[in-house]
Design a protein around this ligand. Structure first.
Ligand code: FPP
Length: 243
């Protein structure tokens, strides 16, 4: 994909942005509403941020939409999130087509309800040949689970004689992770002020720049996205070396 030059006030655009979308519940609570209404408003932020990233020339956007641990939430909330995901996929596929966005998903996708898997498969297939931004939804995703699945896949390759144990290094291991097709994130955004990784992309964020904002996810939109990218532009990345 050809990348537009950064907008005047943005020094550089991260190639890959990953986001921990947090604070939907608190947003709803502050308004005396049900948690699910926070998630609904959160889905609007998703729409805004996907559009914003695509307009700015971000190549990959990974959104932590449902973690392995989120299955522990009350059944009604899990069901509402799954319904919302299906609605999002149905409603947004035409927009993704218009904006040339390719949809992908990472996580233990087979754990999702069948209707959700079907809708996801449909949206991924429909957008598969788009050449603009890649939107990656992390669903039933956990970083530790991904590493465990990666180790199992490595062992299988060695046992089948496809891989020599002596050849295993970070690059080889990376090829056995769900994220093998994508570069590591340059910028990780977390909303709602929490300073935790919460089992997100544990392997991939070794040299990622972190940006934490107090804004709750439903209040995060294009302007807040620009603010995060502006902060990223002022960082000095050394990857363990010297400036
Ligand atoms: C965290 O807020 C958010 C989630 C667990 C789910 C994220 C879901 C969305 C943004 C909406 C739907 C997504 C898509 C892709 C359509 P929280 O509930 O943990 O908030 P809290 O910490 O304030 O309780």
């Amino acid at each position: 994909m050809s990348r537009p030059t950064p907008a005047d006030d943005l020094k550089s655009i991260p190639r890959h942005i990953a986001i921990i979308m947090d604070g939907n519940g608190r947003w709803a609570k502050e308004r005396g509403q049900m948690r699910t209404s926070g998630h609904r408003k959160g889905a609007e932020s998703v729409r805004q941020v996907v559009e914003g990233c695509s307009e700015l020339g971000v190549e990959y956007l990974t959104l932590y939409a449902f973690s392995s641990e989120n299955w522990k939430r009350p059944k009604v909330e899990v069901a509402a999130l799954m319904k919302l995901l299906q609605k999002f996929l149905r409603d947004e596929t035409p927009t993704m087509m218009q904006n040339n966005v390719r949809l992908q998903a990472i996580g233990r996708l087979h754990d999702l309800p069948e209707a959700c898997q079907a809708e996801l498969h449909q949206a991924v297939q429909t957008t598969a040949t788009n050449t603009g931004m890649t939107l990656i939804l992390a669903l039933s995703y956990g970083g530790r689970e991904e590493i465990i699945d990666g180790i199992k896949s490595l062992i299988e390759s060695v046992e089948k004689g496809h891989l020599d144990k002596a050849m295993i290094d970070g690059d080889v291991f990376g090829k056995h992770l769900y994220t093998r097709y994508y570069p590591d994130p340059d910028l990780l955004i977390r909303t709602s002020g929490e300073m935790r990784l919460s089992n997100f992309l544990l392997w991939q964020v070794s040299y990622t720049e972190f940006y934490v904002t107090q804004k709750l996810w439903p209040d995060f939109g294009k302007e807040e996205l620009r603010e995060a990218i502006r902060a990223y532009g002022n960082r000095h990345r050394r990857f363990g070396g010297v400036a």
